[in-house]
Design a protein. Structure first.
Length: 95
């Protein structure tokens, strides 16, 4: 199950980390303050604006959309096996 990304919150967090105000961000983005506050309230942004915000803030916001790597699983003799756990257990027993 994937977790919903609220990219506006991620942008706001980056602004806070950089100690930048929304009006300063608006100036850098060439937006009005109203547009900046609205964008920060939005859960999703178009890719062009998100890329520009990332350049302005020195951050890759697209990382928030990358899926976590799935666990390796396989069927062995018809049984679903967590391959990582099996590899760990075998390594432990052989050590």
């Amino acid at each position: 199950m994937s977790q919903q990304v609220h990219i506006g919150k991620a942008v706001k967090q980056r602004l806070d980390n950089l100690q930048l105000s929304v009006p300063q961000f608006a100036d850098e983005m060439n937006w009005t303050e109203i547009k900046s506050y609205r964008q920060i309230g939005n859960a999703s942004w178009n890719t062009e604006e998100l890329h520009r915000a990332g350049v302005v803030l020195g951050y890759n916001f697209f990382e928030h959309y990358q899926q976590q790597p799935k666990r390796k699983r396989s069927y062995i003799y018809g049984v679903l096996v967590n391959v990582e756990a099996l590899e760990t257990e075998v390594g432990r027993r052989l050590a």
